[in-house]
Design a protein around this ligand. Structure first.
Ligand SMILES: C[S@@+](CC[C@H](N)C(=O)[O-])C[C@H]1O[C@@H](n2cnc3c(N)ncnc32)[C@H](O)[C@@H]1O
Ligand SMILES: [Zn+2]
Length: 390
């Protein structure tokens, strides 16, 4: 028995809610992903306006109940066709019911097909997509190739990954196999997860002479989400590939060394010269988003009926502040623990470092962390100084 629910401007049917949604549900629906869908409608609208796109073709090949494509059809303007699919026949039936319920038959075509097969059906130039949204169980890796082939640049590629234990380095071997990157279990592992996923997607797109540029990416709840603009040609591809590199973490002094290119630089620490370092990568070392794109999202938020509006605003504001900062962040609770001192107020740490000319803001990746251009050594000194001052 399905139940009626609402998201954005639509009413739809979904299976009864479970405490923890599982892949064994008759048709998968996770209310926690409403934030993901809220972000998506806003991001799509900014992309469409920025590129002055008309007759936009969208593909959501892993659509479940259909809540995502139906919200796109009803909330985003400029869409001419949405191809929605799912491999689960019950999901397809429910998606068709939900599409009819929302009077979206003219815009949405529903397919009972495996996602790669569905994407593979639309590779002729006229039929390719301006937007593809990959929202799978676990990893989106198996859909990279078919998605990239079905894009019509400039296009928007949206990806969700919920294989967090793999991306944050708990399942290291799987990360190496799946993403061809060495992960690292560390205080900033959630940012590394985004960078590893991005790096792998960029390498896949580059093989098709397409450059990918993240306009927004984040890690919240149980997943990583990427929004990348795909641009064609040698120059764009090279520009994108040039943002690949490695991060070397010093185990002795905490220094993080960023190196560009697909050959990691020296394995010794450039600060304390220690050889006790760990390397992560290859991964994306460029910016994780585009400040102007995010600003535009903030400007048009009020034109949408978003259920998670307050969370969307707070997330976008934090990301906007940190997006031009350096890679990686510091967990102040962990650092204070190591130093055996209490954690000083974040506001004071941020004020102090900013007054010293360092970049220093909060990060959406963790409530316990700050993103700063200061070294760990400098941060230790500041923490000590602030505690003694009190
Ligand atoms: C995480 S759910 C999608 C949720 C949906 N996008 C939303 O926002 O509510 C993943 C969906 O992909 C479907 N699926 C899994 N593997 C698939 C495949 N290889 N091809 C097509 N559909 C697949 C599942 O049946 C499920 O409905
Ligand atoms: Zn060092």
């Amino acid at each position: 028995m399905y139940e009626e629910d609402q998201e954005g401007v639509i009413t739809f049917l979904r299976p009864p809610l479970q405490k923890v949604p599982t892949t064994t549900m008759e048709v998968f629906y996770n209310p926690k992903s409403e934030l993901n869908r809220d972000m998506t409608v806003v991001a799509l609208q900014v992309f469409i306006s920025h590129y002055k796109k008309t007759k936009v073709r969208v593909c959501t090949p892993l659509a479940g109940t259909g809540v995502r494509p139906i919200r796109i059809a009803k909330e985003v303007s400029g869409i001419s066709k949405i191809i929605a699919g799912d491999a689960n026949p019950l999901a397809v039936q429910l998606m068709e019911r939900n599409r009819n319920l929302n009077d979206a038959n003219d815009l949405i075509e529903v397919f009972h097909k495996e996602a790669n097969q569905l994407l593979g059906t639309f590779t002729s130039i006229q039929e390719r997509f301006d937007v593809i949204d990959i929202d799978p169980f676990g990893s989106p890796r198996e859909f990279f190739d078919a998605s990239i082939r079905a894009l019509r640049p400039p296009a928007l590629l949206c990806l969700t990954a919920t294989d967090m234990p793999v991306l944050v380095g708990i399942r290291r071997r799987t990360c190496i196999k799946r993403y061809a990157a060495v992960p690292l279990k560390t205080e900033y592992a959630h940012e590394l997860a985004v960078r590893i996923l991005l790096g792998c997607t960029v390498r896949e797109a580059a093989a098709h002479n397409i450059g990918l540029f993240p306009v927004l990416s984040f890690s919240v709840n149980h997943y990583v989400r990427l929004y990348c603009v795909a641009k064609e040609g040698d120059t764009n591809t090279w520009k994108s590939v040039s943002q690949l590199g490695f991060i070397t973490q010093c185990n002795d002094c905490g220094q993080r060394i960023i190196s560009k290119g697909l050959i990691p630089e020296s394995t010794s620490c450039n600060q304390c010269k220690s050889e006790k370092t760990q390397q992560v990568g290859p991964l994306w070392i460029g910016k994780l988003g585009d400040k102007k794109f995010i600003e535009k999202m903030c400007q048009i938020l009020d034109t949408f009926a978003l259920g998670k509006k307050r969370r969307v605003i707070s997330l976008l504001n934090t990301i906007q502040m940190e997006v031009d900062g350096p890679p990686t962040y510091y967990d102040l609770h962990q650092l204070a623990d190591k130093l055996n001192i209490p954690v000083p107020p974040f506001r004071k740490v941020i004020e102090k470092l900013s007054s010293m000319g360092e970049f220093c803001v909060r990060t959406h990746f963790s409530n316990h962390a700050i993103r700063t251009s200061a070294s760990e050594q400098k941060l230790r000194q500041i923490l000590f100084a602030l505690i003694t001052e009190e």
